[in-house]
Design a protein around this ligand. Sequence first.
Ligand code: GLN
Length: 289
Amino acid sequence: LPQGSSNREAFLKASSFLEDCGVLEPQNNARLLLEYVLGLEGAAYYMALPDAFPAERISAFEEAVNRKGQGEPAQYIIGRQEFYGLPFMVSPAVLIPRPETELLVEAVMLHGDRLWPGGTPLAADIGTGSGAIAVTLAVKRTGWHVEASDISPEALAVAAQNAAANGAAVQFREGDLLAPFAGERVDILVSNPPYIPADDIAGLQREVREHEPRTALDGGPDGLGPYRTMMAQLALLAAPPRLVGFELGQGQAEDVADLLRVAGHWDEIIVVPDLAGIDRHVMGIRNKG
Ligand code: GLN
């Protein structure tokens, strides 16, 4: 980028570079990276477009745009992703929180409010990653007691930072799925576990395949491994949860609903489609304690 360029010229140059690299949504990505490098957002960013691009930020902007051009997700470059209107720090140690998962949080709050009106259920977010689900539940349902597990200490460090930044009191435990809750009571079990069949990982978008953590994606040979493990681990708990909310991949709803049916602890099993019409969440509900 030549010295003396305007912010708008920086944007246009980055957009066409990213487009040439085959990046999806080149303009959106160019804007995100420019907002990040300028430290401006929304209206303030648009107001600044005619201004001169600050000379001392040229190398930072070029580096960010080059990383994006090589397929790195913008969220890892800028280090953040919003979830449920809350700010989350993300690094390559964690999956980038997805908008579909906001619907899981919404559904869990809806049914939780109904099952524990004014009560204080214990909710466990299994495989918390960035902490998106756990932190959001703790912020939006201050009466609930929220805990979370992850097998990755690096992910837990990110999640703990996100809990602190959002003022959320979440207790984090390191371990495999439900194992850290052995012997304890869990009222609400919520999880967006790794669910991609191992052989399908090679066919994922490059940004996901090459940059998001494999442990956050790989669900074993048929992608259902973590759901099976969690159903088996229910026996470790003091009692089976009254509410279960799982996120899943395309085509997995019937199999996951069957796993819940076989476990047999729930009166109702509900399949919830996402905004694209894909069956995305399966919930198990037991109406009486
Ligand atoms: N629970 C986290 C999320 O929904 C991480 C999920 C994962 O890594 N599979 O974003």
